[in-house]
Design a protein around this ligand. Sequence first.
Ligand code: ATP
Length: 335
Amino acid sequence: RQRIGVLTSGGDAPGMNAALRAVVLAAEHYDMEVIAFRHGYEGLLNNEYLSLKAADVLHVLQYSGTIIKSARCPRFKEVAAAQLAAENLDALGLSALVVIGGDGSFRGAEHLSQYWQGQIIGVPGTIDNDLYGTDATIGYATAVAIAMDALDKIRDTADAMDRVFIVEVMGRHAGFIGLSSAMAAGAERMILPELQRDKPLTVAALVKHIKRVEAVRGPGSYVMVLSEHQWPGGAVALSEQLEAEFDMPCRPCLLGHIQRGGAPAPSDRILASQLGVHAIELILQGATRVMAGIKANQMVAVPLVDTWTKKNPLDENLLRIQHEIFNPVKKSANK
Ligand code: ATP
């Protein structure tokens, strides 16, 4: 009977439990045994593991977080760590390992593959949606839904007071959560990593835009979505700058880890279920060093290395709509 391992690693993402459940149910379906390592690579190094059966995971898909815990494990980058992990996997008689996590976790998986002969399959579990080769990552839809809900609530109070708000969202170095939540909630402005690279925003330009929006629409609310790491000091520092330098009252709001909790969105539960099963079926097909992904409703296997060396671009059409069609200040006015 084939024995496989599974772990969740890096930042937790809503739907990780659903992915774990799918891995265990599919494994049992195909008569495999599942050993789960707790706390990601840390548990793999410390031999912290447990056997998981269908009964252990049946009703976990409605919860975010991960029942087998996640962790960051900086020492996993070392050769000695990968060698130790390989020894531990062999000692347990495991022939394959499923890694549920983001790009860092996949780098770790690739690193391990240099020292271990077993099959390694990645399952994209990250709210950031920043992995190449899959249309969506597990957790992204939930994070966008939470950000949208928060933006709607901010809009109520911003409208009442004709206020400017800067809402900071997660996304690591990608603007997917920023762009999607801004569109879903009708934000007036976005600061996204992809846009900042081309043309970094200045406070003066931002103030100009806020004033022009007011000139076009009359007094009202102005809600801006700021992706994390895109302004020194984040939303708090930027709103302080607006007040101090331009006498423009502004309120910051940091969504932070709220974006990772609560009930996973239906699409994340379904995606996680599909990808968890796909990971097991890839093992049966003899695949290794690939991520289980989905592209245009087709299950795909993407070389792990591609997932971080290649980039998923932001949707050009969404950007165009936000910038041109929905921007109250037309391009000619900016010249
Ligand atoms: P998220 O982006 O959603 O937070 P992630 O998987 O990218 O998820 P990271 O903290 O970047 O999260 O990586 C998770 C773990 O993967 C690290 O703590 C480390 O153990 C391992 N890891 C990351 N990069 C490497 C690498 N280059 N070599 C070996 N292991 C790595």
